[in-house]
Design a protein around this ligand. Structure first.
Ligand code: GLU
Length: 391
C-alpha cells in the first residue's frame, strides 16, 4: 500500500530493527481492550497477527508479552470501575486470561501459526534454576515455530512476588531469551523531554544510549487506568533490556499494524544497548542476581582470573552456601577480598567434591562428565579490587 507507506516513512529503518532476529513485543491492555466496554479490539488484534506473520516469514522469532487479562475479566465479573483491590485484579485475570489466550490462538491459527500460553511469576526470571527452565521451554517453543504469548501469572502472584506491570516483565523476558530487540507498544510514541500532556514544548527523543538521571527526570506518568506501566516503568524496562544487551523501542501502538508501521519509520524512541553483549552480560551478573554462596580461591587462581581466565576447580580452596548449578556466587580471596561474581556450573555438593582437583578428574569423581570450569570467564564479572598479578 504505497499511500500508507508514504504517510509513515519519515525515518530510515534502523539497523537495530533490520537485524533483529529475536524480537519481544509488549502489548498493553489499552491497545487490546476497549476501555468503556471491556471488549477486545479485534481488528487491531488481527492486524498485529498479520504483522507477526510477516516477521515470522522473514525468519524472525517473535515472543509476545500481552496484558489484557484483567481488563477483559473485570467486565465479565462486573467489578467496579477504578482501581481494583489485588484479589479483585487476580480474580479478573483468572477470567480474562482464558479469553486472551483463546483470542491469540484464534488469530494465529487463522494464519497458520501456533500460539503458546506462557504464564510467569517473578521467581521464574529471578531464580536461576527456574529461569533456566523457563528459558528452555520458550526456546523449544520458538524452535518449533510457535509464538509464545506471555503474561504474568496474576492469579497466584502476591504483592511481594509480582512484576506488577508488563513493561518490566517484557524486559525480563527479553533479557532471559537474549532477544535482540524489545518493542513496547504503548499509548505514547516515545520518550519526551517532559510529559507532553503538561508541557507544550516537550520534544520526543529519537535515541537514548544511557539511562541517566536527566533521562529519568523526563518521565512523568503516562499510565492509564487499564495499563499499569507509565514512563517510569518503561525506563526501568529499558535499563533491564540495555543491561543485558537488548535494544528497546517505544512506539505508539493503537493504530492498526503497529509493527509494520515501526518498520516503515513510525515515530519512536530507541534505547540502544551497549554494543558488546559479553560486557552487558557481565554487568547483568554483577548487578542483578542475588549471590547464593562464596567461592574462596587461592593466589594462583586469583592471578589467572586477573589474566582473563576461567575459574577451574584446582584453584578453589573452599565453597560455602546452598547454591545450585547456575546460581550467582561471590568469588573471594582467602584474605576476604571480594574478587567478583559469577554463575557457577555445579551445585554445592558437586563443587565441594571437585575443588582442589584437576578438571580431568571431574568425571571420575562425580560419575558423570561436566564442564572443565567451575565458573566460565563469560559467566564472570570481576571487581575492580582484583589484585594485579604479582602484586
Ligand atoms: N498482567 C496484567 C493483565 O494481563 C497487566 C499488567 C500491565 O498492564 O502491565 O491484565
Amino acid at each position: 500500500m504505497p499511500a500508507a507507506r508514504k504517510e509513515t516513512s519519515t525515518a530510515a529503518v534502523r539497523p537495530e530493527w533490520r537485524d533483529a532476529r529475536r524480537i519481544v513485543v509488549k502489548i498493553g491492555s489499552a491497545l487490546l481492550v476497549e476501555r468503556s466496554t471491556g471488549r477486545l479490539r479485534s481488528a487491531w488484534l488481527e492486524s498485529i497477527a498479520d504483522d507477526v506473520k510477516a516477521l515470522a516469514a522473514e525468519g524472525r522469532e517473535i515472543i509476545l508479552v500481552s496484558s489484557g487479562a484483567i481488563a477483559l475479566g473485570r467486565h465479565v465479573l462486573k467489578l467496579p470501575k477504578g482501581a481494583l483491590a489485588l484479589e479483585q485484579s487476580q480474580a479478573a485475570a483468572a477470567v480474562g486470561q482464558i479469553s486472551l489466550s483463546s483470542a491469540y490462538q484464534e488469530v494465529f491459527k487463522a494464519r497458520g501459526l501456533t500460539a503458546a500460553q506462557v504464564l510467569l511469576t517473578l521467581g521464574d526470571t529471578e531464580e536461576r534454576r527456574r529461569y533456566l527452565n523457563a528459558r528452555r521451554t520458550m526456546a523449544t517453543l520458538l524452535g518449533c515455530g510457535a509464538i509464545p504469548v506471555v503474561n504474568e501469572n496474576d492469579t497466584v502472584a502476591t504483592t511481594e512476588i509480582r512484576y506488577g506491570d508488563n513493561d518490566r516483565l517484557s524486559a525480563r523476558v527479553a533479557s532471559m531469551m537474549s532477544a535482540d530487540c524489545l518493542v513496547l507498544l504503548s499509548d505514547i510514541d516515545g520518550l519526551y523531554t517532559a510529559p507532553p500532556a503538561k508541557d507544550p514544548n516537550a520534544r520526543r527523543l529519537d535515541v537514548v544510549h544511557e539511562i541517566t538521571h536527566e533521562i529519568l527526570s523526563m518521565a512523568g506518568d503516562a499510565g492509564t487506568e487499564l495499563s499499569k506501566g507509565g514512563m517510569v516503568t518503561k525506563l526501568e524496562a529499558a535499563r533491564i533490556a540495555m543491561g543485558s544487551g537488548t535494544d528497546m523501542v517505544i512506539t505508539e501502538g493503537a493504530a492498526l499494524n503497529p509493527l509494520r508501521r515501526l518498520a516503515e519509520g513510525a515515530p519512536c524512541t530507541w534505547f540502544i544497548a551497549p554494543s558488546d553483549p559479553v560486557a552487558a552480560r557481565k554487568r547483568w551478573i554483577a548487578g542483578n542476581l542475588e549471590s547464593r554462596g562464596t567461592i574462596f580461591v587461592d593466589a594462583g587462581a586469583e592471578k589467572a582470573l586477573g589474566q582473563g581466565k576461567s575459574l577451574l576447580p584446582a584453584g578453589v580452596v573452599r565453597v560455602d552456601g546452598a547454591f545450585d548449578r547456575g546460581d550467582a556466587v561471590t568469588i573471594r580471596a582467602l584474605d576476604g577480598r571480594d574478587l567478583g561474581r559469577g554463575l557457577i556450573a555445579y551445585p554445592h555438593d558437586e563443587a565441594a567434591a571437585i575443588i582442589g582437583k584437576r578438571s580431568s578428574e571431574i568425571a571420575t569423581i562425580l560419575g558423570h562428565a561436566g564442564r572443565a570450569e567451575l565458573i566460565h570467564r563469560d559467566d564472570m564479572a570481576l571487581s575492580k579490587v582484583l589484585a594485579k598479578p604479582g602484586s
